[in-house]
Design a protein around this ligand. Structure first.
Ligand code: HEC
Ligand code: HEC
Ligand code: HEC
Length: 76
């Protein structure tokens, strides 16, 4: 994930937007995931500021995705 989450997200976007196909089947585990930035990544990594942003700030990367996509909300 550390090395290839950007490619995975790009693939998910293309598959959803071009092919209208929303289910991803993991080649490793056979598990199914909905291809969604907010819903799927946000389910496990609910704190975007501490998880995604902390590392992006450190590495000086600025993904522009959240100008449109909703940030995951921390569970109350
Ligand atoms: C200009 C607005 C905009 C920006 C910026 C944007 N997206 Fe999207 N994205 C959309 C729209 C609209 C859809 C289609 C939504 C749908 O059909 O559910 C979509 C769908 C997706 C999907 C699949 C559906 C989902 O719920 O996640 C992924 C994954 C995704 N985008 C990733 C990204 C990533 C990664 C970035 C940043 C590198 C990004 N997007 C930037 C508008 C945007
Ligand atoms: C089923 C839960 C789950 C889902 C869904 C999930 N992750 Fe993860 N992710 C983890 C776990 C557990 C780790 C390893 C522990 C950690 O570093 O927090 C991890 C690690 C990572 C890492 C590496 C962190 C590091 O410090 O090396 C990145 C980047 C990442 N995930 C991004 C994503 C993205 C982007 C998505 C959506 C495409 C996603 N994850 C979906 C559970 C998940
Ligand atoms: C352990 C560090 C780390 C974590 C945690 C992390 N990222 Fe990243 N991310 C990076 C690095 C480094 C890059 C730039 C890679 C490159 O340019 O090749 C990147 C790039 C991206 C890009 C592509 C940006 C672009 O404009 O091309 C997206 C989208 C992205 N990350 C989403 C996420 C999301 C969503 C999370 C949280 C669920 C997350 N990342 C967590 C290190 C991280």
């Amino acid at each position: 994930m550390r090395a290839s989450h950007m490619e995975l997200l790009d693939q998910w976007r293309d598959t959803v937007v071009r092919d209208n196909q929303r289910t991803y089947v993991s080649k490793l585990s056979g598990k199914e995931f909905e291809m969604s930035l907010q819903k799927t990544c946000g389910d496990c990594h609910s704190n975007k500021a501490e998880f995604c942003d902390a590392c992006h700030d450190y590495t000086a990367v600025q993904p522009y995705c959240w100008t449109c996509h909703l940030e995951p909300q921390e569970a109350p």
